[in-house]
Design a binder for this molecule. Structure first.
Ligand SMILES: Cc1ncc(COP(=O)(O)O)c(C=O)c1O
Length: 517
């Protein structure tokens, strides 16, 4: 028989009187996040509405409205006479490949059902995360992938074999979990010069990419239920790591200046952590303004919140001067800077780094050792050589030119093909642009339609956690040469305009005009 959860499970929940959202919506968000994180496991019975209303000090109507919304959306099922239960299949279950990758289905292998009952509570939470990273083929317009065709594979191969031939016996056992010392020196030099990051090589911890960095920080710095501000919309990888650690993620809207700090304080004034992408907001692309940076530092000074600065692709800026990293302005040691080689080199290398305040070094190194001891030594040695000899800097310079050309081709082509209701947002930096869709457009459906026609366009709405979503499509431009981008843009524009006019979201006349181009 299902165990009834006591209202104690929700003891961290308090209605925020200053929130823009009514109480039932806040409770709904809390319950949904608890279901997604596994704190409310599948099949668990929810407390009776009266009991919960008394315990939380809210009206029974508030509880009923939150439950109704969860039932309507499929997170909770209600059984007459028995109560309300967390559903065995929640909406996100449909988005998670259960085993391996989507390609298993393509190869005819049946997906294995999830043996929910075999998993720990933490395991269920992990398996339910709507985050999976399958293969990312360099098709038009796969976002987040660099130009595989332009990576100097031969040179890399030579550096790797030389590193292997000359390898010293001191690095054949376990090495320092914080990383290969000469690589830490090279990374410190790179971030000091390029991002004005204030650090010594000792403060650099080499990780297996930002995903591991987020996971490590969440485990080390958060307790279950701690409030973490995330950007709304925001990066799914950091959100998943925070949820997996049992954090209470608090979506804070972004506007033209990036994360809206004042709004965040109104929603949750004392976060334990803030995850932010200041150089280029992911996925919308704005830069966090100087005022907002000051406000964030002020907040971390007064509340001791950690600021996690996700600086994932700042190497690629096409116009304007980059602002220095927030880390460089921090006097309190509350900013942790994250970098990755997934964009500047290749995602499959799985190499990234953290720059941490000195007093965290010991904890972060130990946590890293517990996770996987350290990243493979050979790649660390090769990367150090690649950086030291200037190949890294020249690769970035070449890619900056290449991507600028690819981006300009994509933006110009799409602008000439799409109607004004579908604005194409140019990018000052990064590797993708965003095409916004009119209100009412279903970007998930459109993304599927496009994918059926061989065009990859990732929907924007899943990057939102609340329901105040905007509809749009993310288009990566880095991975494909201009001719491929132009050909795919034509298919894209035809499918998008046809869909929008069939939904009466644009004038049919504009469709005719576009479709004949
Ligand atoms: C916002 C953001 N942060 C970080 C990363 C890098 O992740 P990783 O280093 O785990 O490949 C990505 C990759 O797409 C990203 O989009």
């Amino acid at each position: 028989m299902a165990k009834t959860l006591t209202a104690g499970v929700f003891s961290s929940f308090k209605v925020n009187e200053k929130s823009a959202h009514p109480a039932y919506r806040q409770l709904y968000q809390e319950l949904r996040a608890s279901i997604l994180s596994g704190r409310l496991p599948s099949g668990a019975r929810l407390p009776a509405t009266r009991v919960l209303a008394d315990d939380l000090g809210v009206s029974r109507n508030t509880i009923l409205s939150a439950f109704t919304l969860l039932i309507d959306e499929g997170y909770v099922v209600s059984k007459v006479g028995a109560g309300s239960f967390v559903a065995h299949q929640i909406p996100e279950d449909n988005q998670i490949p259960r085993r391996g990758h989507a390609s298993d289905a393509a190869s005819g292998e049946a997906a294995w059902p999830l043996a929910d009952h075999e998993l720990s509570q933490r395991g269920r939470a992990l398996a339910r995360m709507s985050f999976s990273s399958g293969p990312s083929n360099p098709a038009a317009f796969t976002p987040d992938v660099p130009a595989y065709d332009a990576f100097p594979l031969d040179l890399w191969g030579k550096i790797i074999s030389k590193a292997w031939r000359n390898i010293s016996s001191d690095v054949l056992g376990y090495v320092d979990p914080a990383g290969y010392w000469p690589l830490r020196v090279a990374i410190a030099r790179h971030v000091r010069a390029g991002r004005m990051v204030d650090c010594k090589p000792e403060q650099v911890i080499v990780t297996s990419g930002s995903q591991q960095s987020f996971d490590l920080l969440a485990r080390l710095l958060l307790d279950p239920g701690d409030a973490v501000w995330i950007e709304e919309p925001g990066y799914l990888g950091s959100r998943a790591a925070m949820l997996a650690a049992g954090a209470r993620v608090v979506p804070v809207p972004v506007d033209a200046e990036g994360l809206n700090v004042a709004e965040g304080i109104r929603i949750e004034s004392s976060p334990r952590m803030v995850v932010v992408s200041p150089s280029r907001q992911y996925p919308l692309g704005m830069t966090l303004s100087p005022d907002r940076r000051e406000q964030l530092l002020e907040l971390s000074k007064s509340t001791r919140a950690w600021i996690i600065e996700d600086d994932y692709d700042s190497e690629y800026r096409y116009s304007g001067q980059p602002l220095p990293a927030i880390q460089s302005m921090d006097k309190q040691g509350r900013v942790i800077y994250l970098g990755t080689f997934s964009k500047s080199l290749l995602p499959a290398f799985r190499l990234g780094y953290l720059i941490v305040p000195k007093f965290l070094l010991q904890g972060v190194s130990t946590a890293k050792a517990i996770m996987d001891r350290h990243p493979p030594i050979l790649e660390q040695i090769a990367l150090q050589e690649f950086m030291e000899k200037g190949y890294f800097a020249s690769h970035i310079r070449r890619m900056r030119h290449l991507y600028a050309e690819r981006k300009n081709t994509l933006v110009t082509t799409l602008r000439s093909l799409l109607p004004p209701e579908v604005p194409v947002i140019d990018a000052a930096s990064g590797m993708h642009i965003v095409v916004m869709l009119p209100n009412g457009a279903d970007d998930m459906l459109l993304s599927r339609l496009l994918s059926d026609n061989g065009v990859i366009a990732r929907p924007l709405s899943p990057y939102y956690l609340t329901e105040e979503v905007k509809s749009g499509l993310l288009l990566g431009f880095a991975a494909v040469p201009p001719a491929g981008l132009v050909a795919a843009s034509k298919r894209f524009a035809n499918i998008v305009t046809e869909y929008l006019s069939s939904e009466n979201l644009i004038e049919p006349a504009e469709l005719t005009e576009v479709a004949t181009q």
